[in-house]
Design a protein around this ligand. Structure first.
Ligand code: T3D
Length: 266
């Protein structure tokens, strides 16, 4: 492993060889429930990784037996807790937007329960791999709240409207096996293989052409709110951008020379 950087509640580890950064939510005793300092650190982590040219793909995971149990409910009972709307606008939303605008793919390694805003964080990842010990719960309703941190946007897009309503209103726990069937995650692996599988997928992404990867992520998100004609034009524009990169020339050369491409991000 290369550089290590330890914050209190969010850990960042960069593997210089694969160019993969692993961001670990690190309050295992509280199932990685999100406090204000943790949200500040998580946002700072994504902002730092955006600027770090040595990183081409990111893994988001949780320490201990949980991925993330959402908002720390004890913190909400503190007398100086911010009003909910302020907390969502000023702390949660910037994290979700930073994840979606990060020009690098994020692999969610869902190692355990992902509840409330923890489920939202998982859904904001580009690719989700679950351990067979993982579960999802849109737990907001259990504490009399509405799904936030993008949950009402991601959920119907990932699982369809019918399932989204059930998951959001019933707030039932969804097993790893069901989450892959519903489309909440792309694959499930045995718990002991999760870290290896996530690293291997992230390393594949990191070996891809970074500019094309970033443009693809942007195009897919934009497509949700655009008609076909606009999307076709958008694809043509993005293809002009990707086609002008050295990496496109390298991809063509590698194909002709029957060798793996070496993408530089130029
Ligand atoms: O600012 C805002 O509030 C707006 C944003 C809201 C977004 C949200 O995320 S609202 C939803 C908040 N999350 C939840 O409602 C989930 C609460 N947790 C649970 O329902 C359960 O803990 C789980 C289903 C996630 C896991 O259950 P289980 O039985 O495996 O574990 P446990 O025994 O309940 O929890 C273990 C410990 O973690 C326990 O601490 P203790 O008693 O050993 O000292 C528990 O209190 C703590 N913990 C779990 N979740 C939270 C938490 N502590 C604080 N906040 C939590 N969310």
């Amino acid at each position: 492993m290369g550089e290590g950087d330890q914050a209190q509640t969010v850990l960042i580890e960069v593997d210089g060889e694969s160019r993969v950064a692993t961001v670990t939510l690190n309050r295992p005793d509280a199932l990685n429930a999100l406090t204000v300092p943790m949200k500040v650190e998580l946002l700072a982590a994504f902002r730092r990784l955006e600027d770090d040219e040595s990183v081409r793909a990111v893994i988001l995971t949780g320490a201990g037996r949980a991925f993330c149990a959402g908002q720390d409910l004890r913190e909400r009972l503190e007398p100086d807790a911010a009003p909910l709307g302020v907390e969502v606008r000023e702390r949660y939303n910037p994290i979700i937007l930073a994840m979606r605008s990060l020009p690098k793919p994020i692999v969610g390694a869902i190692n355990g329960v992902a509840a409330g805003a923890g489920a939202s964080l998982a859904m904001a990842c580009d690719i989700r791999i679950a351990s067979d010990a993982a579960s999802f719960a849109l737990a907001f309703g259990r504490v009399g709240l509405v799904p936030d941190s993008g949950a009402t946007w991601f959920l119907p897009r990932l699982v369809g409207g019918t399932r989204a309503v059930e998951l959001a209103l019933l707030a039932d726990s969804v097993s790893a096996a069901d989450s892959v069937r519903l489309g909440l995650v792309g694959r499930v692996v045995p718990a002991e293989q999760l870290a290896t599988e996530a690293r291997s997928v992230a390393a594949l992404l990191a070996a891809g052409a970074p500019r094309a990867m970033a443009l693809t992520k942007r195009a897919l998100d934009a497509s949700w709110s655009r008609d076909l004609q606009t999307t076709l034009e958008d694809e043509a524009n993005l293809q002009d951008m990707a086609g002008g990169t050295k990496d496109h020339a390298e991809g063509l050369a590698a194909f002709m020379e029957k060798r793996p491409p070496r993408f530089t991000g130029e």
